[in-house]
Design a protein around this ligand. Sequence first.
Ligand code: NPG
Length: 377
Amino acid sequence: MTVDLPRLRVEHAQLRIVELPLVAPFTTSFGTQTVRRALLVEVEGEGVSGIGECAAGVTPGYSSETCAGALTMLREHLVPPVISGPAADVSKRAEGWAWVRGHQMAKAALEMALLDQAGRASGRSLAEMLGGGRSRIGCGVSIGIQGSLAATLTAVEGYLARGYQRIKLKCKPGYDIELARTVRQHFPGTPLMLDANSAYTLRDLPELQALDQFDLMMIEQPLGHDDLIDHAALQARMETSICLDESVESLADLRAAIALGSGRILNIKAGRVGGLLPAARLHDVCTEAGWPVWCGGMLETGIGRAANLALASLPGFSLPGDTSASDRYFERDLLRHPFELAADGTMGVPTGPGLGIELDRERLATTTVHLEVVAPN
Ligand code: NPG
């Protein structure tokens, strides 16, 4: 954090759920998604508004949070103190909700909206407020589990042709060694990684060790979503670096992971860790520990995507993240100017105030399936 944040009042807020069909189903070890149902938070005060997107999905397969749960949490506990309280800066607001245990994604959505409002009020971009420096970000793409290896190869080829700098393949027990072997054979020099979303246990050690032969950049979250001990045991027995995702929801988790040697790389998602300001702190701790980091994705619309790009502009984000272009997910995004990938596999970090996006209000209206206003009592 390098700049002071303005103290602002929030007079009311809107909670909205939108549904955007995905261009293709997205399958992970915990299920298949065909639609992105996203909870959006809009705050308004002192004539300036801000918007945030909640990363939570419909089902609690990735984390314990859901879209419906986050809606309740925001309506009942997080938003009311913000709209009835005095002017405050975003850090103070976050101190105000620190008593709420968990609910990182709900907190992060509100924090994003408040940071957008703060940026618009002060004329500063989110990247600037977070201390980011880079103006372009190297982008990777995450490919869900496909129906066949041939379909996977076609998908990889298509994304590489568009310029993506690294390929992440979702895997699960029994769908890993042949997958890595085949893709590696066809694309020998491509930066390649696997993501298991917690699908393995230490009983799968031989299967996991067999992946060492494929020169993977890393394997993401092979073991339990709340485990650090077994990950440390696995990292000691694998050459491939382990990247943690689900297991790190807080600074305390990260400190434990570093102390135990539970991995060597961190995927930072602001939603998973309670917001962009906490995400920036995790970035700092990783930098001190010599852990490279990259920015994850949760199938966000352009709103959350803008925040991810701003976060990824911090110096420790040295690896390409899941910061893909709008057309990788949606026919039509919620923005007037969707995010596009340049031929060199980079995307520009938004430079306008706050999130630096222009909402397509008509698209927002037609994709809305729920809307409620939270006003002071
Ligand atoms: O590009 O936004 C994206 C998706 C990247 O694979 C991706 N996300 O486990 O990191 C993940 C996974 C995910 C997607 C998790 C949706 C939960 C929901």
